[in-house]
Design a protein around this ligand. Sequence first.
Ligand SMILES: [Zn+2]
Length: 334
Amino acid sequence: MELDEVVCFSRFSRVAICGGTHGNELSGVYLVREMQKAERKAKERGNDMEVITVLSNPRAVQRGLRYIDTDLNRCFTHAMLSGSNTNDAPYEIIRSRELNALLGPKGSRDAVDLVCDLHNTTANMGLCLISYSDSDWLCLHVFRHLQRQMPDVPTRFIHFNATNKESYSLDSVGKHGFALEAGPQPHGVMRSNIYTTMKMGVEHVLDWVCLFNSGFVFEGGSVDVYTVVRNIDYPRDRDTHNITAAVHPQLQDRDFCLLYPEDPLFLTLSGETLRYKGKEPLYPFFINECAYYEKGIAVSLARKRRVAIPAIRVQTEQEQQAKKDECTSEEEEE
Ligand SMILES: [Zn+2]
């Protein structure tokens, strides 16, 4: 990557804002409903960009649950999307295929340009963009835009390295995508400050896309990225699998505050402090997330590093046409 090089991308014609992928994460549920009421306004955003708003798991939303049969946000691998629907298939498997038809198909030319999937966490994480890539320049530029536009909100970029494991979440259906996670908010509860943060975040995402489509050149620079290293589960009883300790009060709510070896990690139910035995200091997040008790995660740990991002801009119409012609002639040669 040359520093003075401007990297070009196709314009965004369709952007999806999804809420209620987890039915009890209410900021996204209510924000999507608000956006659907104001749909006309969204269409007026101009330069013929279509904003698609989706309530991802309507049955779970109706019942105020994370999911009905299985976690919808783990159902978007190619293998799960390509199986055939049987009568006894879990609801979320069927729903993931409907969403893939609406917003994808995943990995195809027809997929929407961007999926922004809204989530809440009970952890004290502020606003986070969560992505499978640390080199999707568009997503990293969106992130930097949010950081600049919302200086009072701690905003971070979390990178799940999915090289060994295929991407499984709804945002992976788009050509570009990320989860927008806001917290702390208990599941099944609305907190106005968290809702407002998420709403502002979504507005800035859409503003950025409009600015990008208009031909604005975004300068290069650098951003901090948190790459997940590993998860730690609660200490558990070997037979019952019940937890035997809770997150230590000195760690609770301290998401993204560096955790050093020998720092307190858990407090056992009998009052003993258990310490972090890792070899290197790492950044904890998703500390004591309610939904992760069933997944065996008490805290996730990440390494922070600075990533250089190039200047970017949208392709001009001529460039886009030239690329199309190139593709067509390649296809003809095959
Ligand atoms: Zn969620």
